[in-house]
Design a protein around this ligand. Structure first.
Ligand code: GMT
Length: 373
Protein backbone atom coordinates (compact mmCIF):
# COMPACT_ATOMS: atom_id res chain seq x y z
CA UNK A 1 0.00 0.00 0.00
CA UNK A 2 1.12 3.60 -0.54
CA UNK A 3 0.62 5.50 2.70
CA UNK A 4 0.88 9.25 3.19
CA UNK A 5 2.01 10.10 6.75
CA UNK A 6 1.60 13.60 8.11
CA UNK A 7 3.23 14.40 11.45
CA UNK A 8 5.34 16.81 13.43
CA UNK A 9 8.97 16.00 12.60
CA UNK A 10 10.19 16.70 16.16
CA UNK A 11 11.13 14.63 19.24
CA UNK A 12 7.50 14.69 20.49
CA UNK A 13 5.74 11.34 20.95
CA UNK A 14 3.29 11.80 18.08
CA UNK A 15 6.13 12.35 15.59
CA UNK A 16 8.05 9.40 17.01
CA UNK A 17 5.05 7.06 16.68
CA UNK A 18 4.27 8.29 13.14
CA UNK A 19 7.87 7.84 12.02
CA UNK A 20 8.44 4.45 13.64
CA UNK A 21 5.16 3.15 12.22
CA UNK A 22 6.07 4.40 8.74
CA UNK A 23 9.55 2.84 8.93
CA UNK A 24 8.15 -0.49 10.11
CA UNK A 25 5.51 -0.59 7.36
CA UNK A 26 8.16 0.37 4.79
CA UNK A 27 10.27 -2.60 5.88
CA UNK A 28 7.21 -4.79 5.33
CA UNK A 29 7.01 -3.59 1.73
CA UNK A 30 4.58 -0.68 1.94
CA UNK A 31 5.56 2.78 0.73
CA UNK A 32 5.65 5.40 3.52
CA UNK A 33 5.47 9.00 2.27
CA UNK A 34 6.22 11.51 5.05
CA UNK A 35 4.71 14.92 4.39
CA UNK A 36 5.95 17.52 6.88
CA UNK A 37 8.05 20.68 7.21
CA UNK A 38 11.32 19.00 8.19
CA UNK A 39 12.98 15.60 8.02
CA UNK A 40 11.43 13.62 10.95
CA UNK A 41 14.13 13.16 13.63
CA UNK A 42 13.51 9.42 13.93
CA UNK A 43 13.76 8.91 10.15
CA UNK A 44 17.53 9.43 10.60
CA UNK A 45 19.01 8.12 7.42
CA UNK A 46 17.71 6.45 4.32
CA UNK A 47 15.21 3.67 4.90
CA UNK A 48 14.05 1.66 1.90
CA UNK A 49 10.49 2.50 0.77
CA UNK A 50 10.35 5.74 2.79
CA UNK A 51 10.01 9.11 1.08
CA UNK A 52 10.21 12.60 2.53
CA UNK A 53 8.14 15.39 0.97
CA UNK A 54 8.96 18.76 2.48
CA UNK A 55 6.23 21.32 2.96
CA UNK A 56 7.89 24.57 1.87
CA UNK A 57 6.63 27.94 2.97
CA UNK A 58 6.59 31.17 1.02
CA UNK A 59 7.21 34.30 3.06
CA UNK A 60 5.30 37.41 2.06
CA UNK A 61 5.29 40.76 3.88
CA UNK A 62 1.50 40.74 4.22
CA UNK A 63 1.53 37.58 6.34
CA UNK A 64 1.96 38.08 10.04
CA UNK A 65 1.57 34.30 10.33
CA UNK A 66 2.46 32.05 7.43
CA UNK A 67 -0.50 29.87 6.29
CA UNK A 68 1.02 26.43 7.00
CA UNK A 69 -2.30 24.56 6.61
CA UNK A 70 -2.65 25.90 3.08
CA UNK A 71 0.88 24.85 2.09
CA UNK A 72 0.34 21.46 3.76
CA UNK A 73 -2.98 20.82 1.96
CA UNK A 74 -1.39 21.73 -1.38
CA UNK A 75 1.57 19.44 -0.71
CA UNK A 76 -0.77 16.58 0.25
CA UNK A 77 -2.69 17.05 -3.00
CA UNK A 78 0.51 17.08 -5.08
CA UNK A 79 1.98 13.99 -3.39
CA UNK A 80 -1.28 12.02 -3.52
CA UNK A 81 -1.70 12.83 -7.23
CA UNK A 82 1.91 12.14 -8.19
CA UNK A 83 2.46 8.97 -6.16
CA UNK A 84 -1.14 7.72 -6.34
CA UNK A 85 -1.34 7.20 -2.58
CA UNK A 86 -3.96 4.81 -1.19
CA UNK A 87 -4.46 6.39 2.25
CA UNK A 88 -3.50 9.50 4.17
CA UNK A 89 -2.71 9.00 7.87
CA UNK A 90 -2.42 12.20 9.88
CA UNK A 91 -0.94 12.20 13.38
CA UNK A 92 -2.07 14.95 15.78
CA UNK A 93 -5.33 16.61 14.80
CA UNK A 94 -4.08 20.20 14.75
CA UNK A 95 -3.82 21.32 12.00
CA UNK A 96 -3.23 18.04 10.17
CA UNK A 97 -6.81 16.68 10.17
CA UNK A 98 -8.15 20.01 8.97
CA UNK A 99 -5.55 20.29 6.19
CA UNK A 100 -6.21 16.67 5.17
CA UNK A 101 -9.93 17.33 4.86
CA UNK A 102 -9.24 20.24 2.53
CA UNK A 103 -6.88 18.08 0.44
CA UNK A 104 -9.58 15.41 0.26
CA UNK A 105 -12.11 17.94 -1.02
CA UNK A 106 -9.70 19.29 -3.63
CA UNK A 107 -8.98 15.76 -4.91
CA UNK A 108 -12.67 14.83 -4.90
CA UNK A 109 -13.20 17.42 -7.62
CA UNK A 110 -10.75 15.36 -9.74
CA UNK A 111 -12.61 12.12 -8.98
CA UNK A 112 -9.93 10.91 -6.52
CA UNK A 113 -11.16 9.53 -3.20
CA UNK A 114 -8.43 9.39 -0.57
CA UNK A 115 -9.41 7.99 2.84
CA UNK A 116 -8.16 10.14 5.74
CA UNK A 117 -7.17 8.43 8.99
CA UNK A 118 -6.68 10.77 11.95
CA UNK A 119 -4.80 9.61 15.04
CA UNK A 120 -5.41 11.71 18.15
CA UNK A 121 -2.34 11.89 20.37
CA UNK A 122 -3.21 13.94 23.43
CA UNK A 123 -2.61 17.63 23.68
CA UNK A 124 -4.34 18.08 20.31
CA UNK A 125 -7.45 17.28 22.40
CA UNK A 126 -6.77 17.86 26.09
CA UNK A 127 -4.78 21.11 26.02
CA UNK A 128 -4.85 22.82 22.63
CA UNK A 129 -7.83 21.34 20.78
CA UNK A 130 -10.42 22.08 23.45
CA UNK A 131 -9.41 25.75 23.50
CA UNK A 132 -12.33 27.78 22.06
CA UNK A 133 -9.86 29.36 19.61
CA UNK A 134 -9.57 26.01 17.79
CA UNK A 135 -12.41 23.84 19.08
CA UNK A 136 -14.95 24.16 16.23
CA UNK A 137 -12.41 23.47 13.50
CA UNK A 138 -10.90 20.53 15.44
CA UNK A 139 -14.36 19.11 16.16
CA UNK A 140 -15.31 19.40 12.49
CA UNK A 141 -12.14 17.77 11.19
CA UNK A 142 -12.39 14.84 13.63
CA UNK A 143 -15.95 14.14 12.53
CA UNK A 144 -14.99 14.57 8.86
CA UNK A 145 -12.15 12.00 8.95
CA UNK A 146 -12.87 8.57 7.47
CA UNK A 147 -11.32 6.81 10.46
CA UNK A 148 -10.33 8.22 13.84
CA UNK A 149 -8.03 6.44 16.27
CA UNK A 150 -6.83 7.45 19.71
CA UNK A 151 -3.74 6.23 21.54
CA UNK A 152 -5.54 5.29 24.77
CA UNK A 153 -9.00 4.61 26.19
CA UNK A 154 -8.61 7.66 28.36
CA UNK A 155 -7.98 9.91 25.34
CA UNK A 156 -11.01 8.48 23.54
CA UNK A 157 -13.14 9.29 26.61
CA UNK A 158 -11.65 12.79 26.85
CA UNK A 159 -12.40 13.40 23.16
CA UNK A 160 -16.00 12.25 23.56
CA UNK A 161 -16.41 14.40 26.68
CA UNK A 162 -14.80 17.57 25.32
CA UNK A 163 -16.16 17.54 21.74
CA UNK A 164 -19.43 16.75 19.95
CA UNK A 165 -18.33 13.52 18.32
CA UNK A 166 -20.77 11.78 15.98
CA UNK A 167 -18.58 8.88 14.88
CA UNK A 168 -16.70 5.92 16.37
CA UNK A 169 -13.16 6.31 17.70
CA UNK A 170 -10.96 3.21 17.67
CA UNK A 171 -8.30 2.80 20.35
CA UNK A 172 -4.91 1.73 18.97
CA UNK A 173 -2.26 2.10 21.66
CA UNK A 174 1.24 3.38 21.12
CA UNK A 175 4.07 0.90 20.79
CA UNK A 176 7.80 0.28 21.09
CA UNK A 177 10.02 -1.81 18.87
CA UNK A 178 11.59 -4.24 21.29
CA UNK A 179 14.40 -5.14 18.88
CA UNK A 180 15.79 -1.60 19.33
CA UNK A 181 16.29 -2.26 23.03
CA UNK A 182 18.10 -5.54 22.49
CA UNK A 183 21.10 -3.74 21.01
CA UNK A 184 24.15 -3.86 23.21
CA UNK A 185 25.71 -0.43 22.88
CA UNK A 186 28.10 0.22 25.78
CA UNK A 187 26.32 1.33 28.95
CA UNK A 188 26.90 4.96 30.01
CA UNK A 189 26.32 4.33 33.73
CA UNK A 190 29.95 5.02 34.74
CA UNK A 191 29.83 8.40 33.03
CA UNK A 192 26.67 9.56 34.79
CA UNK A 193 27.13 7.85 38.16
CA UNK A 194 30.86 7.29 38.69
CA UNK A 195 30.48 6.43 42.37
CA UNK A 196 27.83 3.77 41.92
CA UNK A 197 24.85 6.07 42.55
CA UNK A 198 21.35 4.95 41.48
CA UNK A 199 20.06 6.74 38.38
CA UNK A 200 16.61 8.32 38.03
CA UNK A 201 15.80 9.62 34.55
CA UNK A 202 13.17 11.76 32.88
CA UNK A 203 12.72 12.45 29.17
CA UNK A 204 10.38 15.10 27.76
CA UNK A 205 9.98 18.43 26.03
CA UNK A 206 10.21 20.17 29.45
CA UNK A 207 6.86 21.90 28.99
CA UNK A 208 4.82 22.92 32.08
CA UNK A 209 2.48 19.92 31.55
CA UNK A 210 5.42 17.60 32.45
CA UNK A 211 5.74 19.13 35.96
CA UNK A 212 9.54 19.22 36.03
CA UNK A 213 9.57 20.93 39.42
CA UNK A 214 7.82 17.90 40.97
CA UNK A 215 10.66 15.74 39.65
CA UNK A 216 13.28 17.94 41.32
CA UNK A 217 11.29 18.04 44.60
CA UNK A 218 10.90 14.25 44.62
CA UNK A 219 14.58 13.82 43.78
CA UNK A 220 15.63 16.09 46.66
CA UNK A 221 13.64 13.89 49.07
CA UNK A 222 15.14 10.68 47.69
CA UNK A 223 18.64 12.20 48.00
CA UNK A 224 18.18 12.32 51.78
CA UNK A 225 18.19 8.49 51.99
CA UNK A 226 19.98 7.31 48.84
CA UNK A 227 22.96 8.16 46.69
CA UNK A 228 21.28 9.13 43.41
CA UNK A 229 21.75 11.02 40.18
CA UNK A 230 18.97 12.60 38.15
CA UNK A 231 19.23 12.58 34.36
CA UNK A 232 17.04 15.22 32.73
CA UNK A 233 16.88 14.42 29.02
CA UNK A 234 15.36 16.89 26.55
CA UNK A 235 14.89 20.61 26.38
CA UNK A 236 12.10 23.14 26.69
CA UNK A 237 10.64 26.13 28.49
CA UNK A 238 10.86 24.83 32.10
CA UNK A 239 14.53 23.83 32.02
CA UNK A 240 15.85 26.92 33.84
CA UNK A 241 13.14 26.76 36.49
CA UNK A 242 14.11 23.14 37.20
CA UNK A 243 17.79 24.07 37.35
CA UNK A 244 17.06 26.95 39.75
CA UNK A 245 15.00 24.71 42.02
CA UNK A 246 17.76 22.10 42.10
CA UNK A 247 20.18 24.83 43.26
CA UNK A 248 17.69 26.09 45.86
CA UNK A 249 17.18 22.57 47.24
CA UNK A 250 20.94 21.88 47.31
CA UNK A 251 20.90 18.97 44.83
CA UNK A 252 22.19 20.69 41.68
CA UNK A 253 25.48 18.75 41.76
CA UNK A 254 23.52 15.54 41.31
CA UNK A 255 21.30 16.69 38.44
CA UNK A 256 22.56 16.24 34.88
CA UNK A 257 20.85 18.02 31.99
CA UNK A 258 21.85 16.07 28.89
CA UNK A 259 20.06 18.17 26.26
CA UNK A 260 18.17 16.42 23.45
CA UNK A 261 19.26 12.83 22.88
CA UNK A 262 18.41 10.75 19.83
CA UNK A 263 19.33 7.25 21.03
CA UNK A 264 17.40 7.44 24.28
CA UNK A 265 17.75 3.70 24.81
CA UNK A 266 21.35 4.39 25.87
CA UNK A 267 20.10 6.67 28.65
CA UNK A 268 17.29 4.35 29.63
CA UNK A 269 19.42 1.23 29.72
CA UNK A 270 21.55 2.71 32.49
CA UNK A 271 18.56 4.06 34.46
CA UNK A 272 17.18 2.46 37.63
CA UNK A 273 13.92 4.38 37.63
CA UNK A 274 11.95 6.61 35.25
CA UNK A 275 9.76 9.51 36.43
CA UNK A 276 6.76 10.97 34.61
CA UNK A 277 4.67 13.08 37.03
CA UNK A 278 2.72 14.90 34.26
CA UNK A 279 -0.33 17.09 34.77
CA UNK A 280 -1.87 15.42 31.70
CA UNK A 281 -0.62 12.50 29.63
CA UNK A 282 -2.74 10.69 27.08
CA UNK A 283 -0.37 7.72 27.00
CA UNK A 284 3.21 8.42 28.12
CA UNK A 285 5.33 6.90 25.38
CA UNK A 286 8.57 7.76 27.21
CA UNK A 287 7.41 5.61 30.15
CA UNK A 288 6.80 2.66 27.80
CA UNK A 289 10.25 3.16 26.28
CA UNK A 290 11.72 3.03 29.79
CA UNK A 291 9.81 -0.20 30.49
CA UNK A 292 11.23 -1.70 27.30
CA UNK A 293 14.62 -1.31 29.03
CA UNK A 294 13.25 -3.02 32.19
CA UNK A 295 13.11 0.29 34.05
CA UNK A 296 10.27 0.69 36.61
CA UNK A 297 8.24 3.89 36.39
CA UNK A 298 6.90 6.24 39.05
CA UNK A 299 4.32 8.47 37.41
CA UNK A 300 1.19 10.44 38.07
CA UNK A 301 -2.10 8.60 37.55
CA UNK A 302 -3.52 11.06 35.05
CA UNK A 303 -5.06 10.30 31.62
CA UNK A 304 -3.76 7.15 29.93
CA UNK A 305 -0.80 6.63 32.29
CA UNK A 306 -2.56 3.94 34.38
CA UNK A 307 -3.14 1.99 31.12
CA UNK A 308 0.63 1.91 30.63
CA UNK A 309 2.15 2.02 34.12
CA UNK A 310 0.35 -0.61 36.16
CA UNK A 311 0.46 0.30 39.86
CA UNK A 312 2.44 -2.28 41.82
CA UNK A 313 3.34 -4.27 38.70
CA UNK A 314 5.47 -2.02 36.47
CA UNK A 315 6.09 0.77 39.00
CA UNK A 316 3.79 3.02 40.98
CA UNK A 317 1.31 5.80 40.23
CA UNK A 318 0.27 8.70 42.47
CA UNK A 319 -2.02 11.72 42.28
CA UNK A 320 -0.74 14.65 40.22
CA UNK A 321 1.47 16.85 42.42
CA UNK A 322 1.78 14.35 45.29
CA UNK A 323 5.56 14.57 45.57
CA UNK A 324 5.68 13.00 49.05
CA UNK A 325 3.99 9.81 47.86
CA UNK A 326 6.15 9.64 44.72
CA UNK A 327 9.32 10.05 46.82
CA UNK A 328 8.06 7.37 49.22
CA UNK A 329 7.56 4.90 46.33
CA UNK A 330 11.03 5.52 44.92
CA UNK A 331 12.65 5.06 48.34
CA UNK A 332 10.65 1.87 48.79
CA UNK A 333 11.88 0.52 45.43
CA UNK A 334 15.51 1.46 46.08
CA UNK A 335 15.44 -0.18 49.53
CA UNK A 336 13.82 -3.46 48.53
CA UNK A 337 15.77 -5.52 46.01
CA UNK A 338 13.01 -8.11 45.66
CA UNK A 339 10.41 -5.44 44.89
CA UNK A 340 12.76 -3.73 42.44
CA UNK A 341 13.38 -6.97 40.56
CA UNK A 342 9.65 -7.73 40.44
CA UNK A 343 8.93 -4.29 38.98
CA UNK A 344 11.77 -4.58 36.47
CA UNK A 345 10.33 -7.87 35.18
CA UNK A 346 6.80 -6.47 35.21
CA UNK A 347 7.90 -3.38 33.27
CA UNK A 348 9.60 -5.46 30.58
CA UNK A 349 6.60 -7.80 30.26
CA UNK A 350 4.27 -4.83 29.89
CA UNK A 351 6.46 -3.23 27.19
CA UNK A 352 6.50 -6.53 25.29
CA UNK A 353 2.68 -6.43 25.15
CA UNK A 354 2.95 -3.11 23.29
CA UNK A 355 5.49 -4.33 20.74
CA UNK A 356 5.14 -2.90 17.23
CA UNK A 357 4.65 -6.40 15.79
CA UNK A 358 1.25 -6.50 17.57
CA UNK A 359 0.22 -2.86 17.02
CA UNK A 360 1.28 -2.13 13.40
CA UNK A 361 -1.14 -4.80 12.02
CA UNK A 362 -4.00 -2.92 13.73
CA UNK A 363 -3.13 0.14 11.64
CA UNK A 364 -2.73 -1.99 8.51
CA UNK A 365 -6.23 -3.39 9.11
CA UNK A 366 -7.60 0.14 9.49
CA UNK A 367 -5.97 1.16 6.18
CA UNK A 368 -7.36 -1.93 4.39
CA UNK A 369 -10.87 -1.28 5.67
CA UNK A 370 -10.72 2.42 4.77
CA UNK A 371 -9.53 1.64 1.23
CA UNK A 372 -12.19 -0.98 0.59
CA UNK A 373 -15.17 0.93 1.99
O1 GMT B 1 3.50 16.75 25.01
C1 GMT B 1 4.02 15.74 24.61
O2 GMT B 1 4.37 14.84 25.33
C2 GMT B 1 4.19 15.58 23.12
C3 GMT B 1 2.94 15.00 22.54
C4 GMT B 1 3.07 14.85 21.06
O3 GMT B 1 2.07 14.98 20.39
O4 GMT B 1 4.13 14.62 20.52
O5 GMT B 1 2.72 13.78 23.23
C5 GMT B 1 1.42 13.24 23.20
O6 GMT B 1 1.46 12.15 22.28
C6 GMT B 1 2.30 11.07 22.70
C7 GMT B 1 2.29 10.01 21.59
O7 GMT B 1 1.01 9.52 21.38
C8 GMT B 1 1.78 10.50 24.03
O8 GMT B 1 2.61 9.42 24.45
C9 GMT B 1 1.84 11.61 25.09
O9 GMT B 1 1.27 11.10 26.29
C10 GMT B 1 1.03 12.82 24.61
N1 GMT B 1 1.27 13.93 25.54
C11 GMT B 1 0.32 14.40 26.35
O10 GMT B 1 -0.81 13.95 26.39
C12 GMT B 1 0.74 15.51 27.25
Amino acid sequence: MKIGIVCYPTFGGSGVIATELGKYLALKGHQAHFITYDQPVRLNGMVENTYYHEVSMHDYPLFQYQPYELALSSKMVQVIRKWKLDVLHVHYAIPHAYAAHMAKLILKADGINIPVITTLHGTDITLVGKNPIYRDAVNFSINASDVVTSVSKSLKEDTERLFSINRPIEVIPNFIDKTVYLETKPCLRKQFAPDGERIISHISNFRPVKRLLDIVRVFAQVCKDHRVKLLMVGDGPDKEKARDLAIELGVADHVIFTGKVLDIDRVLRCSDLFMLPSEKESFGLAALEAMACSVPVVSSNTGGLPEVNIHGETGFTAAVGDVDVMAHYIKQIFSNQQLEEKLRLGAKAQADRFDIQFIAPLYEAVYQKAVSS
